[in-house]
Design a protein around this ligand. Structure first.
Ligand code: MN
Length: 319
């Protein structure tokens, strides 16, 4: 069960939308997440890439980690690696992820918190489960979303936003049966904490069995629904959507979904960048030449260094 819960009856409610006259978004396509091993060998479910880039734009990748109950010594992460040209948004539903980076920054992402890392011009970082989680084992459930940066912002300096569970804006569906956590973007006038370079909306909703969640959605945004757990239906024609499935929605001005069981979903979309994408592993740029430059810069240590024993010696290395 997600770490962040609330009494939905006390929360601000999303507006009731007229059933007959609202332009509900229909489901255009449903894809099943594929399984990959990441980092030191932890399993992720990845619903995209795997849909048309234009359907996911401005998002590049979604990795669903767990939910998994680790035994002692089993938890794994992703040791030092580089990024350039986009943002990683790591949302921990349950468990603890620890983060260190080549700018000397670091922190803990825990139980309902989100770390928003703008890699921009380049950074090296490590993402590992906490030492306590590795030693004792325990529940681990999180999501990492990659948000593309517009061409004009790809060379911005690296930046972090640490968003705690308490920062997340909580709302309820009109029927009081769904808890909506707004991580970023505006939902019916309620603005989440994440500051973004390109406009997006990113929600995690928990619907009780038979709850009905409707929400306005900007007409110029893409829209996707990904199921973390449980079963429900999306769209006016009630297309079934099970755990590990992603629905890509068509155009319209509002979303509608109904739970069959307790149903945890991510709802996300944004204003498409519609710019050329050249990607290679941890680098996402606009041209192949920029990718080659990123590889060269990484190999030459220009994206940062992982161990900086003394500030003075680092200064000498860089001079
Ligand atoms: Mn990373």
């Amino acid at each position: 069960m997600p770490a962040v819960t609330a009494d939905t009856l006390t929360l601000p409610r999303l507006p009731r939308l007229p059933e007959a006259t609202t332009a509900w978004r229909e489901v255009r396509r449903v894809v099943r997440a594929r399984r990959f091993l990441e980092g030191e060998g932890f399993q992720v479910r990845r619903p995209f890439p795997g849909v048309e880039l234009a359907d996911a734009d401005p998002f590049l990748l979604l990795d669903h980690m767990g939910a998994v109950e680790y035994g002692p010594g089993e938890a794994k992460g992703a040791p030092w690696h580089p990024h350039r040209g986009f943002e990683t948004v790591t949302y921990m539903i349950d468990g603890v992820f620890e983060h260190r980076d080549s700018t000397g920054g670091g922190g803990v992402i825990t139980n309902g918190g989100t770390q928003w890392m703008t890699a921009g011009s380049g950074v090296l970082h490590s993402e590992l489960p906490s030492q306590e989680l590795v030693a004792k084992g325990g529940l681990f459930h999180g999501v990492q979303l990659w948000v593309n940066l517009p061409k004009a912002a790809k060379w911005t300096p690296p930046r972090y936003q640490d968003i705690t569970a308490a920062d997340t804006v909580l709302l309820s569906s009109d029927d009081g049966g769904a808890l909506v956590r707004v991580i970023a973007g505006d939902v019916a006038g309620h603005r989440g904490p994440g500051a973004t370079h390109t406009p997006i909306t990113y929600l995690h909703a928990t619907l009780s069995p038979h709850a009905h969640l409707t929400t306005p959605w900007p007409e110029d945004f893409t829209a996707m629904v990904y199921v973390l757990s449980g079963r429900g239906t999306v769209g006016p024609d009630r297309r079934p959507l099970d755990e590990g499935h992603l629905a890509v929605l068509d155009r319209g001005s509002a979303l509608t979904m109904r739970a069959d069981t307790t149903w945890d979903v991510l709802v996300l979309g944004g204003l498409p960048l519609r710019e050329p994408v050249a990607r290679y592993g941890p680098f996402v740029m606009n041209t192949r030449a920029e990718i080659l430059q990123a590889v060269e810069d990484f190999q030459a240590g220009r994206l940062g260094v992982t161990h900086v024993p003394h500030v003075t010696s680092a200064d000498e290395e860089l001079s």
